[in-house]
Structure formats: structure tokens, C-alpha cells
Write a protein of this length. Structure first.
Length: 130
């Protein structure tokens, strides 16, 4: 019984020391502001398309879905690349968002062009860090 009490006391004491360390790391991450102010300002000005502009026509929804499936299926693409914005309006597809490399940018554009036609794809993908 005494051994259990000592083990319990030791675990409570150890967790008391670890708790402040964990919360200080969480606070430092939470206090860091995302540096996407310029992008947010650009998108709020209605000069560029956002997902809210996506058409509700069944053919446009189907096109967006097919492009998204082709992108998500490609295991070579990064998570950032798989989360790009795909906006289809009257058959015209706009690709927006960050990707990691020029190769990802080209691969995604090729997939969209194969499904929607080359002249219907507007590639606005941005390679991160540029």
C-alpha cells in the first residue's frame, strides 16, 4: 500500500513540473500571428475569385469534384497542394493557393487541363516562398 502511495505522489509531483512547461509552449504558438494579411486583403477586395464564387450549376460542381479527386489521389502531391482552391464558373476553372514546388504547380494544372480543357484553366497557384 505504501508503494502505491509513493508512486501516486511521485506521478502527481512530476506532472506538476511538466504542466507549466507544456502551457508555455502552447501560449507561444497561440500568440504568434499568421502572416497572411496581404492575401486576406487581396481576397476581401473582390478582385480575385474565392470559393464563395463557385457556381452551383451541376456541371460546374461535377468538374470541381473531378479535379479535386484527381489531385487528392496523387500521392506525390503535398498536403498544401491537395488543399488548393478550385473554383469553377461556367466551365472555367480557376486554381488558387500555395503549393510547395513548380512541379506541383505544373502537375495540378495538367490534371485540371486534362479534365476541363487547357483553355478553360486559369492557373493562379503560387509556389510557397516566392
Amino acid at each position: 500500500m505504501r508503494t502505491r502511495t509513493l508512486l501516486f505522489s511521485a506521478s502527481v509531483l512530476a506532472s506538476a513540473f511538466l504542466l507549466p512547461i507544456g502551457t508555455s509552449f502552447a501560449q507561444s504558438d497561440a500568440n504568434r500571428a499568421a502572416d497572411n494579411t496581404a492575401i486576406n486583403q487581396r481576397d476581401s477586395g473582390h478582385e480575385t475569385l474565392t470559393p464563395m464564387d463557385q457556381s452551383n450549376k451541376p456541371s460546374d460542381i461535377k468538374m470541381t469534384r473531378e479535379i479535386r479527386r484527381a489531385i487528392v489521389k496523387d500521392r506525390a502531391l503535398s498536403t498544401d497542394a491537395k488543399n488548393i482552391k478550385i473554383i469553377t464558373i461556367d466551365g472555367a476553372v480557376t486554381l488558387r493557393g500555395p503549393v510547395k514546388t513548380d512541379q506541383e504547380r505544373a502537375d495540378i494544372a495538367a490534371k485540371a487541363a486534362q479534365l476541363a480543357g487547357d483553355s478553360n484553366v486559369h492557373n493562379e497557384l503560387e509556389v510557397a516562398g516566392r
